[in-house]
Design a binder for this molecule. Structure first.
Ligand code: FPP
Length: 248
């Protein structure tokens, strides 16, 4: 199907968009297909969403591809998701590099097969000077695990308690130097955080859609960005000119 051309510019594009790509399994189930077929369709969609992000002018895109809890899925699904990561790097790296995408990884690499770890590190190295879009792939990522590791590293560094501030904690996270997500999109209608960027999401705006991830297309992405553009972000304060505000 031909893609709908972008007509009007989006007023206020979020700098950092994070996505919980949920619903691949149900998308497959609806079609009588195995769950992995859903993840494959989800991967195709990811490719479109990355391109759309570049086009919309989003600077940082963080995607939740595999959580620390996903190891509990059936072994063939876990294996399939590992294979997808490998395949995405093999097949897409050149194109992503040409488009100016910088790949980064957040999460624990050490539990992955050594050859996959190497592939991820190579892709990070090849694209490290690109700056059109920073693509953070959360793979074997857990928000609590990230915070626990940050605490452990602060303790190893013998940081005195009075020096522990918001800013310092942020610097010890995988996302050090990356602005907090402005907008988090979750597909498939679930109303959960699922251990994703739990520190960084303190004041993120959410867009939750019933659409399953493989069907989350550029038009709906655009609607999410437009919804964001009309939000009033108060960070617990009140809007300018307003006498009374809500709690957040
Ligand atoms: C959640 O849907 C999705 C995942 C756990 C995997 C997401 C992976 C992709 C979109 C493929 C791209 C991957 C990489 C490595 C770049 P679900 O399986 O929980 O769906 P369900 O809730 O309907 O069962």
């Amino acid at each position: 199907m031909a893609e709908t051309p972008i007509t009007t510019p989006i007023e206020k594009v979020p700098q950092h968009v994070a996505m919980i790509m949920d619903g691949n399994g149900r998308w497959a189930l609806q079609r009588g297909l195995p769950r992995l077929a859903g993840h494959k369709a989800g991967t195709e969609n990811l490719r479109r969403v990355i391109r759309a992000s570049v086009e919309f002018g989003v600077k940082y895109l963080t995607i939740y591809a595999f959580s620390t809890e996903n190891w509990g899925r059936p072994p063939e699904e876990v294996k399939g998701l590992m294979y997808i990561l490998e395949d995405v790097i093999d097949r897409e790296l050149n194109e992503l590099h040409k488009e100016g995408v910088q790949l980064r990884h957040i999460g624990r690499l050490e539990r992955l097969a050594p050859s996959l770890q190497e592939k991820v590190l190579d892709a990070i190295d090849v694209t490290k000077n690109n700056d059109r879009l920073i693509l953070n792939i959360a793979f074997n990522y857990g928000g609590r695990d990230e915070i626990v590791q940050a605490i452990q590293r602060m303790m190893k560094d013998e940081v005195p308690p009075e020096k522990v501030t918001d800013e310092l904690v942020s610097q010890y996270l995988y996302t050090a130097g990356v602005p907090d997500p402005d907008l988090i999109i979750r597909t498939s209608g679930e109303l959960r955080v699922s251990n994703f960027l739990i520190w960084q999401a303190a004041y993120s705006e959410w867009y939750i859609t019933p659409t399953y991830w493989p069907d989350f297309d550029k038009e709906e992405y655009r609607r999410a960005l437009e919804s964001y553009a009309h939000r009033d972000r108060r960070y617990g304060k009140v809007s300018s000119g307003e006498l009374q505000g809500s709690n957040a």
